[in-house]
Design a protein. Structure first.
Lengths: 424, 151, 424, 151
């Protein structure tokens, strides 16, 4: 197992204090992770030594920049067991999920005028269905709602059980012959649940639907191999895995990527341009219009190096141990209820809870006053909150730089909040 | 950080003992507002009585700040004229945007001066304003204000 | 006038050498600019002191991050005379131009199912026209071609004169009653031409069309005030104005922005989400789905500070002087022809040229061997190359850190190329 | 940087004096390829004569590397069998991806060994390959190769 104190020391921000002297206890990595020195250095080095337009120039810097960018692509692809040409850089996971949804709406719009040129797998019509789950992040829900709004297709969802798992008992009537695309979250950012993605993707493929996975909360936290998951498209973000803001990844099978019409169009994604019409480059360029997120890719590649040096199995074990510790601590507190699985089986480190008679905003405020950063609200999974009859939750989401003392700080903060508001 | 500068006694008191909570029987206007960042919701209703004084009802779920704010508002503005409610709302909004530098006028704001400290917590300003913006909307829907009157 | 040598000293990369010892002469700022220390510091400081999820958290770091992000928005808006809520952050200009085009295709798709909820200004049908110019960057051409492909509308364009200017003699028959949207480049990245955008926007508005401006090559180089241009939407990139990769801006009038349906959807752009459907936040949030480009916004704001400290009028005068010097130098060379206006009237610093009997790639290679970085190719304006009967050009595009000695190095390199290939 | 390692004498000679440039009268297959980064274009045409030897024609515009490469290819492969053209193409592609570390076999590649230095200039590799990929495409269109044979 890696040395958490040594890891902590790599993150300059973790040495800062908040509110005039409180030691920072950062337990909001589910929202965004902090960045180690190594990642910040990689980004800066790129700007100071290699910065230029990629894929467009023939001078020395342009070649250095292109090479740095494409090496980053290869490195990140390798991290998830993928091939470089199947990896598209986006600005965040949300864009990747939208690119997936737009493949369908664009194909449907183009098919009105020229059916021959689009892949029929992407053309939707009324009567078709799109399937998600009741634990999706808004970023994997709203784009599919919008797709339905544009095509007349119907949105369906897999419901949840009381303990925060997918209820798969009616899976084959939810994903049926009408289903054209199924998009599910790998690990829930609000419940922590890890879903049996493979089973769902297999059901999607059994009915000829395209399968999409939101891997935002899994790739930073456990070993993920794209082939094993069985998805056709898979999206995640860089900023939750030690990388910078402004970068995400969309992986796809060559079959699906090469059949998808472009979404954003413009420079760098073209093959031939005339005033009347244009043809498009193969993936990944086809989906990377305009100047790409070059420095961010280089930095994300350094983040991948950092994580791989720790070992993703070790990262996962570390988080499991912390999660177990936190779940036990929360269960031991009076008037505290965990929303989501309360064992570590098929569960990650995002831990939501509610405190009787206290609103999450007030819990979070008391924790913050003690330097403990947690997230309060609906965590962009509002329907999931409704499902559990709560307007919002408080969530702690530890990562590689957290230890048991950080969890203790959060637990003590909860008790302090109960005292402050006199509910205990 | 001084938690107490946010959670003034008066605020905690209104939170624990909300005044005037409940809906009206025959509201002339009603507005449902949510805080999209945290999911807090409030319904504010309004009518005027024979003398032109406001009757206010509300229902909602949310944090101490948003709930106390609704309670304070209801206590403060029940019986006021629409014009007065405008004046008080404007003063309250100004206070919320003063980033803790505001000097609230207790004659105008009454118990609402207790929210001065909230302005130092940008993430909580929306909570404090929720009921106030809903009231404005309810007044517009009741035809008491026109849309352009927004403060 | 500012001190160019002092400016140069702020850019670490300009002190590096290429090809084993050649002093770097960077003349490719039209593709992307280099970054001063101040911008790199601002980005790093953000990560080391304030990094957290914006608009989502209630803890100290989240407030610091949100405040840094929104201050950056206000600062950048002010730089172009705009209001903060009218400024949307994108990943590059290309995304901004696509957001503009998608407003129309999305509205058109939604109108099929529910006409009442969309603004009719954005709904296109066969017979409608979309107008661009023959000097557009692919990023302001292909998205409009795609829009036409999805809606059945027709693309039209304003042609060019022999000296590289817009031929406006038939403007009112090109922008006519059928026209729904007009999108033009402010300053051409290949010809250097500065277009009379106001006149074109006025004509667009006269026929009830929406006006879009691609300001990628103007905002980094001259004072630009969004109101003066008269556009409804205006897009540009951060990386061409000393900012990082991964950020662009789309400005719009409140009227137009608030009438546009969302493009990318998901977290942070919503008002209310239920499984069945969602409602959306007002602009700018409506157009910023997912975790935004926070560190990039902070860095771009530092870039704006840097430029404003130099003074945009001074930046423009400096570039005009260099352009005049370069044009004269090029005209004095045998066998060299400038493509684009050959006076500095209504012209910026992007200077394209061709050398008789030499292919631009070979010219660029010889320059590169001498440390001089220029761009060769079609500059993502392939139709413009065709218009001038050349497959591609060589382009130098000086910026604030270039001086006459840099231009001299390029001119000498051209002569060396002619010698090397024995064409002179 | 050593310009001369890129622009070998042989390359410059082929550039200035292209061999076999021009189109065929009755091509069995023809392919038009462009380099999207720079706009260079080439049309390569192919037929086989009675003995199964290749006839190659081409037309194009582009830089010294792309044009010289087309000329070298034409000189080298005219009269070869389709199989031989495959073998040579594979060797050439390998050379181009060797990043300057390749040890080209002059028996197979003839004048094309002069392109070894190009492999050190990633931005120019596409130029060197343009005609070769177009030939492959033309052979596929002529039915001489099947699509999966791509090297
Ligand atoms: C005139 C013009 N428009 C659009 C773009 C596209 O900008 P970006 O690649 O940053 O999206 C560029 C630069 O490449 C440009 O010069
Ligand atoms: C499960 C899940 N999906 C999608 C997202 C969206 O990611 P981003 O905001 O980086 O686009 C997040 C994080 O916010 C997430 O946790």
């Amino acid at each position: 197992m890696f040395d958490v104190q040594a890891v902590k020391a790599d993150f300059p921000i973790l040495a800062t204090t908040v509110h005039g002297g409180q030691k920072l206890v950062y337990l909001d990595s589910g929202a965004t992770s902090q960045k180690p020195r190594q990642v910040l250095d990689a980004e800066r080095d790129y700007y100071e030594q290699s910065n230029a337009a990629v894929h467009r120039g023939a001078h020395a810097l342009a070649e250095a920049a292109t090479s740095a960018f494409e090496h980053a692509r290869a490195r990140i692809a390798q991290f998830v067991g993928a091939q470089a040409p199947d990896l598209i850089f986006t600005k965040n996971a949300t864009e990747g999920l939208n690119l997936s949804a737009y493949a369908f709406s664009n194909a449907t719009a183009i098919a009105q005028w020229d059916e021959a040129i689009v892949d029929p797998r992407f053309v939707l019509k009324p009567g078709d269905s799109v399937v998600v789950t009741e634990m999706e992040h808004h970023s994997n829900l709203v784009p599919w709602q919008e797709l339905c709004r544009k095509t007349g297709a119907t949105l369906r969802w897999i419901p949840l059980t009381e303990d925060g798992r997918l209820d798969l008992s009616h899976l084959s009537s939810i994903i049926d012959e009408t289903t054209r695309v199924v998009s599910v979250v790998h690990q829930s950012n609000i419940l922590g649940t890890i879903n049996p993605v493979r089973e769902i993707m297999d059901q999607a493929h059994a009915v000829g639907a395209i399968g999409v996975v939101d891997a935002c909360q899994s790739i930073p936290h456990m070993p993920v191999n794209v082939d094993a998951l069985g998805a056709d498209l898979l999206a995640w973000s860089g900023h939750k895995m030690l990388g910078p803001t402004g970068i995400g990844c969309l992986w796809g099978t060559p079959d699906v990527l090469s059949s998808m019409p472009p979404v954003l169009s413009g420079g760098s994604m073209i093959e031939l341009v005339q005033m009347e019409s244009s043809t498009y480059a193969p993936p990944p360029q086809r989906f990377e219009a305009g100047t790409p997120v070059v420095a961010q890719a280089v930095a994300l590649s350094a983040a991948v190096d950092y994580l791989q040096a720790l070992g993703m199995r070790e990262v996962q074990s570390h988080e499991q141990a912390l999660t177990e510790y936190a779940l036990k601590g929360l269960n031991d507190l009076d008037g505290v209820r965990v929303i989501g699985p309360d064992t570590i089986v098929d569960r990650g480190s995002a831990i939501s809870f509610v405190v009787d008679s206290l609103h999450p905003h007030d819990v979070g405020q008391v924790l913050d006053s003690r330097g403990v950063a947690v997230r309060v609200g609906h965590h962009c999974a509002w329907p999931t909150c409704r499902r559990f009859g709560v307007p919002s939750t408080t969530r702690m989401s530890p990562y590689i730089y957290n230890d048991e003392s950080d969890i203790d700080a959060a637990l003590e903060g909860i008790v302090a909040a109960q005292k402050y508001f006199g509910v205990k | 950080m001084e938690l107490d500068s946010l959670y003034q006694e008066i605020i905690l008191d209104h939170y624990k003992h909300p005044r005037g909570k409940g809906l009206l029987e025959l509201p002339q206007g009603s507005a449902h507002h949510v805080n999209p960042t945290c999911g807090d919701e409030i319904t504010v209703q309004v009518s005027t009585n024979a003398e032109g004084g406001l009757e206010i009802g509300y229902e909602g779920q949310g944090c101490s700040i948003s709930q106390a704010s609704a309670s304070v508002l209801t206590e403060l503005l029940t019986g006021s004229s629409v014009d007065q409610s405008q004046t008080v709302r404007e003063a309250f909004i100004e206070l919320m945007h003063a980033q803790g530098q505001g000097e609230p006028d207790e004659d105008v704001l009454g118990d609402a001066v207790a929210f001065a400290g909230v302005a130092k917590f940008p993430a909580r300003v929306k909570c404090a304003l929720l009921a106030w913006m809903a009231l404005q909307d309810a007044e517009i829907k009741a035809g008491m204000l026109s849309k352009g009157d927004g403060s």
